[in-house]
Design a protein around this ligand. Structure first.
Ligand code: PEP
Length: 239
C-alpha cells in the first residue's frame, strides 16, 4: 500500500525537517508495511537518505540535467538530495501551470531514463464527469498519450480534479468503477486514489479491490494526521 503526501506550496524548510523527523521516528517504531512517500516544496528538499522509512520525492522537475530554464529544477538538483521519486501530470500543473501532454510525456520519458519512481496523475474535470462514465474513461485514457505504461517503477494516481482540495471526495462506488476499469487494462500497475482523502474516508477507499494507495494533499500537512492515515492503511486487509 502506498501512502503519499503532496505538500504543494506548504511548509517551510524548518517545518519540513521537523515533519520528516517525526514521521521517520513514528515509522521506525510502528514498522508499517506501507510504502510512505513525501513530496515537499523544492526549497525544502533534504537529503533523502536521512529518512530511512520515507521516500522523499519531487512535485516537479524540468526534463533536463541542468541548463537555461529559469525557475525550474533538473536532475542535477534532485540528484544532490538523492531524490529518486517524482510526481508527474498533477492536475494543478496541467491546469494552473498549463503543462501540455507533450511536455508531460517528455518529463515521463526523462524520469524513466533516470530510473526514478513515478506517480503519474490523471483525472477528469467536473465538466467531463458530468458527461458520464464513458467520457470520463475516454478522457483518462487520453492522458496516457506518450506514456510508457510498461515502465516497472510506475504507479498511477486517479485524482478527479473536482475532488482535489475541495473537501468533497468522489463516491466510493465511482472510484471503484474507474479503478476497476483502469486495472483491467493496466494489470499490475499500482493504482492510487487522490482527492480530499481524510481519516474518515480512507479505509473504505483503500478497501476497494483495485486501490493500492492514496495520494493526499491537505490531510497530509499535519504529521500526526498523516501518521493516522498510515495506521488506517496498515489496517486494510486485502485477499
Ligand atoms: C493532491 O494534491 O494530490 C490532493 C489529492 O489534494 P487533497 O488531498 O487536498 O484533495
Amino acid at each position: 500500500m502506498i501512502v503519499a503526501a503532496n505538500f504543494k506550496i506548504n511548509h517551510t524548510r524548518e517545518s519540513t525537517a521537523n515533519y520528516l523527523e517525526a514521521l521517520n521516528l513514528f515509522l521506525d517504531a510502528y514498522s508499517t508495511l506501507c510504502d510512505v512517500r513525501v513530496y515537499p516544496v523544492a526549497s525544502s528538499f533534504l537529503r533523502a537518505d536521512l529518512y530511512s522509512h520515507v521516500k522523499l520525492g519531487a512535485q516537479n522537475f524540468y526534463p533536463i540535467i541542468n541548463g537555461a530554464y529559469t525557475g525550474e529544477i533538473g536532475a542535477q538538483q534532485l540528484n544532490e538530495f538523492g531524490i529518486k521519486n517524482v510526481l508527474i501530470g498533477h492536475s494543478e500543473r496541467r491546469v494552473a501551470l498549463k503543462e501540455t501532454q507533450e511536455l508531460i510525456a517528455k518529463k515521463y520519458a526523462f524520469a524513466k531514463e533516470n530510473g526514478w519512481e513515478i506517480i503519474y496523475c490523471i483525472g477528469e474535470s467536473k465538466d467531463v464527469r458530468d458527461g458520464g462514465f464513458e467520457s470520463v474513461m475516454e478522457y483518462l485514457w487520453s492522458e496516457f498519450d506518450g506514456i510508457d505504461i510498461n515502465y516497472e517503477k510506475l504507479s498511477i494516481a486517479y485524482e478527479p480534479i473536482w475532488a482535489i482540495g475541495t473537501g468533497v471526495s468522489a463516491k466510493v462506488e465511482d472510484i471503484a468503477k474507474v479503478l476497476d476499469t483502469l486495472k483491467s487494462k493496466l494489470n499490475d500497475i499500482p493504482l492510487l486514489y487522490g482527492g480530499s482523502v481524510n481519516t474518515e474516508n480512507l479505509f473504505s477507499i483503500l478497501s476497494l479491490k483495485s486501490c493500492d494507495g492514496a495520494l493526499v494533499g491537505n490531510a497530509s500537512l499535519d504529521v500526526a494526521n498523516f501518521c493516522k492515515l498510515i495506521q488506517i492503511a496498515q489496517n486494510v486487509q486485502k485477499q
